[in-house]
Design a binder for this molecule. Structure first.
Ligand SMILES: Cc1ncc(COP(=O)(O)O)c(C=O)c1O
Length: 401
């Protein structure tokens, strides 16, 4: 699989980097890089507005990309696929249009989880400040799982929105999003699922899940940076106002008033990231060709090897313990070793991991630590990568103690 990724060839003069920072961003397969090159060589034109052939080709390719994303997520319609610059923008879009629409008001409550990424905290805090609503945070259990019982107690007729990740990017814990959604629906709340750490690792079925919004970033699923998708239920999107004004999102503009375009264009003001969106669909096709069940099984074996190996290292705390084998990432904490020192030494041994708070400062505060060292796997990692990472970690810890 590594052969599909030129990033690894370019290091042919070195023993080869062990890239375990996939939760931050993934490397890109050759087909994605070729699609990017081909677009700018052969199909580059603005969409929707041109009478000429290349503009028509670009428009068709852009809409075909939308249609592919729609199938990938099992959406009801491609009108539900809003191209964004990433997961962060998708969540901000949802939060802002809910505020603008008056669907969240003073005294209402929004529920998030302790292990949320800042991008699934701050947009809701901003919404709460704007309308006078209250942010409620579901605690973690002792084994760092989502506390479903505390969540159930928190739900009430005041709950307007529940926004949770499928997988926590700092802990690797998978949240019971199916049950979280079902319980939220019993009180009539809207549900936003942050799929940033899930889409590259497990199949998504937004209709089966029953949520209202689902956001992810393209660059974490082998696609380009600056791309992403917010899926929203069609009837809900129809009822909500636009958020950014400009070209393409309009139906008719006069100086007196503007009427808005139909879905999905109502939410896509200005020239979209035409090439990026088309190439994102190419990345999703690549993932489907390899097959999510095959990816899942491969990553499960790697995670088993990684987590058991880390648990064997003296003094290493694996956050969430053996639970972590069920996602694609794991975080460790070593009381007398600073995560940054460990990450720096691992880098010197050609092992790339991420250290720090992982954009989860409130989680780190609740754990009483400043950060962790995070290892995250992807399609191209091998058992040998994990052996090298474990041996480098052992060596680095011995040097730092
Ligand atoms: C769980 C989760 N949500 C949201 C994001 C934000 O993604 P982006 O920075 O690509 O918008 C990330 C990025 O690490 C993440 O891991």
């Amino acid at each position: 699989m590594k052969d599909d990724f030129p990033f690894f060839d370019s290091r042919a003069d070195e023993p080869g980097v062990v890239y375990l920072d996939n939760a931050a961003t993934t490397q890109k397969p050759r087909c994605v890089l070729e699609a990017l090159h081909n677009f700018y060589c052969h199909t580059n034109a603005n969409v929707h507005r041109g009478a000429h052939r290349t503009s028509r080709l670009a428009t068709e390719a852009h809409e075909a990309a939308r249609s592919y994303v729609s199938q990938f997520l099992h959406a009801f319609s491609e009108k539900e696929i809003l191209f964004t610059s990433g997961c962060t923008e998708g969540i901000n879009l949802a939060a802002q249009v809910l505020a603008l629409s008056g669907r969240v008001r003073e005294g209402d409550e929004i529920i998030i989880s302790t292990d949320a990424h800042h991008s699934n905290i701050v947009p809701w805090q901003m919404l709460c400040e704007r309308v006078g609503a209250m942010l409620r945070v579901v605690p973690l259990t002792a084994d760092l799982s989502f506390d479903t019982s505390a969540y159930t107690d928190m739900l009430s007729e005041r709950t307007r929105v529940v926004a949770v990740p499928v997988v926590s990017n700092a802990l690797g814990v998978r949240l019971p999003v199916e049950e979280i959604t079902r319980l939220a629906k019993e009180v009539g709340a809207l549900v936003l699922i942050d799929g940033a750490q899930a889409v590259a690792h497990e199949a998504v079925d937004v209709q089966g899940l029953g949520c209202d919004f689902f956001a992810f970033s393209g660059h974490k699923i082998y696609g380009p940076t600056g791309t992403g998708v917010l899926w929203g239920r069609e009837d809900l999107l129809e009822s909500l106002p636009p958020w950014k004004g400009g070209g393409e999102m309009i139906s008719e503009v006069t100086f007196a008033r503007t009427t808005y375009n139909k879905l999905p264009f109502k939410y896509e003001a200005g020239t979209p990231n035409i090439c990026g969106d088309i190439v994102l669909a190419e990345a999703l096709r690549y993932v489907q060709r390899v097959g999510l069940p095959a990816i899942h099984n491969h990553e499960k074996d790697l995670m088993h090897q990684l987590v058991t190996g880390l648990l064997d290292l003296p003094g290493v705390q694996v956050l969430g313990g053996e639970n972590q084998q069920h996602s694609s990432l794991v975080s460790i904490h070593i009381p007398e070793v600073h995560h940054y020192d460990l990450g720096t030494l691992l880098d010197q041994m050609n092992v790339a991991v991420r250290t720090g708070h992982h954009c989860c400062q409130p989680l780190m505060q609740s754990l009483g630590i400043t950060g962790t060292t995070r290892y995250s796997v992807a399609i191209y990692n091998t058992a040998e990568d994990i052996c090298r990472a474990l041996s480098a970690t052992r060596q680095a810890i011995n040097m730092l103690r």
